[in-house]
Write a protein that binds this ligand. Sequence first.
Ligand SMILES: [Fe+2]
Ligand SMILES: [Fe+2]
Length: 157
Amino acid sequence: MQGNAKVEARLQAELANELAARHQYEAHSAMYDNWGYKRLAKIAKRLADEEGGHANELMERLTFFNQVPNVSVLGPVNVKSTVPEMIASDFSAETKAIDDYGSDYALSVVAGDVVTAINYFAEHAKDESEHANLWEAELQMIKDVGLQNYLAEQMRE
Ligand SMILES: [Fe+2]
Ligand SMILES: [Fe+2]
């Protein structure tokens, strides 16, 4: 089917962002796992899979419009080296994703493509807001109980 060029460009840009998000979570999950922080490793792995699912859905929508999904380009990846920085980095990537999907949604509605707006951009924005909320709660927990107590809890699943 014929799509709107601006909407297709945003689908490609978001595909690059989702692939980057998956990479960042995979790296963080491997690092958490190596440190014995099983709980965080499991959360990051689940989110890596969800971002991968988003990437697949964007590819589906691009191919529906007879576009070739570009999987060679990655959005920004911000892998960090300490637990609080890793969580803060993931939180900030998620809040940016919510903003980006919000403007993609508006752009698609203006372009007359409400299906992409609602079923892809708004759906993903909803998932990203759950991800952001999850990391926000972890950051609050670190503040409340202190880093050492928080880390001790991460060794259990
Ligand atoms: Fe995502
Ligand atoms: Fe996310």
